[in-house]
Design a protein around this ligand. Structure first.
Ligand code: IPD
Length: 262
């Protein structure tokens, strides 16, 4: 894919942070067997990855604003553009030595995400999308799945750390959805859940109680791969509501219908 200078910058930053995280991940796997926990270590890994990304992106585009999971918000001279970054989406997986986590970087322009990169460094899968240019994984064009029947579909969901307040509603969602579809997965990385919808691996995904940095890059991947996204409540803003439904062209509406019945 012939990406813009900004997209190439995002890919470069994601690769650099991903490389550092892969090194830390090998150590976390060793820490797992030798100690009781690796919490502080992971925090350090998250922070270092965000530092690497910030240095790359803000170094090259000092006027853009910033929103990062670890370092929070910073306004830029240019109020129309900001980076939205989760340096390590799937922290709990990382902490447990599970190779399912990603670097997520999005660029927002005038309130709309215009480019996104989700890098699964452990599997070397680089998912990228830019507005109007399509979505790709390692240079291979992505399309959402063509599945048309709910009963054949696999959906993914996420439950924020320790369930938080989203747990009761998500359990109700599961009770309504599971009898009418082929299965529901909960793998612990929203960025990868969305990337997998874009790649046609999942037919849809939803989550309640989610942060913008977890989903910003994934949203444009789904849209550019021919899928649809919205907040759980019809008409609400996705980031504002902290909720999302994503799906392929055929099953997005049926999925919305089931999730909105409650
Ligand atoms: C979490 C993951 C998880 C989702 C949570 C997120 P983090 O991100 O994306 O799948 O269910 O809502 O907070 O904390 O690992 O960056």
């Amino acid at each position: 894919m012939q990406g813009s200078a900004n997209l190439n910058l995002m890919i470069k930053a994601a690769r650099k942070a991903g490389r550092a995280l892969v090194k830390d991940f090998r150590e976390v796997e060793n820490l797992q067997v030798s100690t009781k926990g690796a919490g502080d270590f992971v925090t350090k890994a998250d922070r270092e990855a965000e530092r690497i990304i910030k240095e790359e992106l803000r170094g090259a585009r000092p006027t853009y604003g910033w929103l990062g999971e670890e370092t929070g918000e910073a306004a830029g001279e240019d109020p129309t553009r900001r980076w939205i970054v989760d340096p390590l989406d799937g922290t709990t997986n990382f902490l447990h030595g599970l190779p399912h986590w990603a670097v997520s970087i999005a660029l927002e322009h005038k309130g709309e995400v215009v480019a996104g990169v989700v890098f699964d460094a452990a599997k070397d899968e680089m998912f990228v999308a830019e507005k109007g240019m399509g979505a790709f994984m390692n240079d291979q064009r992505l399309r959402v799945s063509g599945r048309r029947h709910m009963i054949e579909a696999i959906f993914a969901t996420g439950i924020p750390f320790a369930g938080r307040t989203a747990l009761p509603a998500t359990l109700q969602d599961l009770a309504r959805l599971m009898p009418v579809c082929a299965g529901v997965r909960r793998w612990g990385s929203a960025a990868l859940d969305l990337a997998y919808v874009a790649a046609g691996r999942y037919d849809g995904y939803w989550e309640r109680g989610i942060q913008s940095w977890d989903m910003a890059a994934g949203l444009i991947l789904v849209k550019e791969a021919g899928g649809f996204v919205s907040a759980v409540r019809e008409g609400q803003d996705i980031f504002g509501s902290g909720s999302v439904i994503a799906g392929n062209a055929e099953l997005f509406q049926p999925l919305c219908k089931v999730l909105r019945e409650g």
